[in-house]
Design a binder for this molecule. Structure first.
Ligand code: KIV
Length: 277
């Protein structure tokens, strides 16, 4: 909720930066989790194409389709009342032509119910950013580690460690702001570079593995909740170990069913509870 009691809008982001009010963001992929995060007071939900890795079981984000993103964005939007819903544009949905990009981003807003889209890259995607903003589609940029360029970059190693890269990230951030982006995700870059970028642009920076001095922070919810156990990036703080809880609960259920402890004899008339399925 913003100060006026409305759902968060992209226009609130700049105000939050001006007031040094940290922006909180998590990824979400379904309505139930979105409702939980939204109810807890999160400012923004990102329907990330990390969906491909943490939900769909792919090795990278590259196989994620626009249809999958529309489907999951719609679910997240249904579970959200207050947070800003941002949808990732998947690989090859904005890199081919600007016309494609407008049509595809439009689907994420029109069919998915997102309020903004996120695209990876800086000066290479400026024409897309400009056009999307011109037609009324808010854009969040994404610099540093670009998961859709994993093959080009040779992995997910931190970026901006040498002058050539850090200069490029700074120039890209300025260019994205000029092109009309309303915020920029900074992924896996040194904290001092993130601080410089944050001071250099008037739009908020949202860090992930980029130190404490960004205007906000985002994490992949499955990492932060301990649900995704294939690997955990070193910068992630695990606030829960839901994976372990789910495994333990599942084993207890299996034992109960096998031993006859569950189900128990009914203690109330069947079907008496409102909302029972
Ligand atoms: O897809 C995603 O979850 C992201 C975050 C890592 C920012 O882009």
């Amino acid at each position: 909720m913003n100060m006026e009691g409305h759902p968060i809008r992209v226009t609130d982001f700049k105000r939050m930066k001006r007031r040094a009010q940290k922006i909180t963001m998590l990824t979400a992929y379904d309505a139930t989790m979105a409702r939980l995060f939204d109810g807890a007071g999160i400012d923004a939900l990102l329907v990330g194409d990390s969906l491909g890795m943490v939900v769909l079981g792919h090795e990278t984000t590259l196989p994620v389709t626009l249809d999958a993103m529309v489907h999951h964005t719609r679910a997240v939007a249904r579970g959200t009342e207050h947070a800003l819903v941002v949808a990732d544009m998947p690989f090859l949905t904005y890199q081919i032509t600007v016309t494609d990009a407008v049509r595809n981003a439009g689907r994420l807003l029109q069919e998915g119910g997102a309020a903004a889209v996120k695209i990876e890259g800086g000066r290479a995607v400026l024409d897309v950013v400009r056009r999307l903003v011109d037609v009324g589609i808010p854009v969040m940029g994404h610099l540093g580690v670009l998961p859709q360029s994993v093959h080009q970059l040779g992995g997910y190693a931190r970026r901006g460690l040498v002058a050539e890269e850090s200069d490029a990230i700074l120039a890209d951030a300025g260019a994205l702001e000029e092109a009309g982006a309303f915020a920029i995700v900074l992924e896996s870059i040194p904290a001092d570079l993130a601080r410089t970028v944050t001071g250099h642009v008037g739009i908020p920076t949202i860090g992930i593995g980029a130190g404490p001095e960004c205007d906000g922070q985002v994490l992949v919810s499955y990492d932060m909740l301990g649900l995704f156990d294939r690997f955990t990036p070193p910068f992630v703080k695990q606030y829960a170990r839901l994976g372990e809880e789910i495994r333990t609960a599942t084993q207890a259920y299996i034992e109960d069913v096998r031993s006859g402890r569950y189900p128990m004899a009914p203690v109330e008339p069947v079907g008496a509870r409102p909302g029972s399925r």
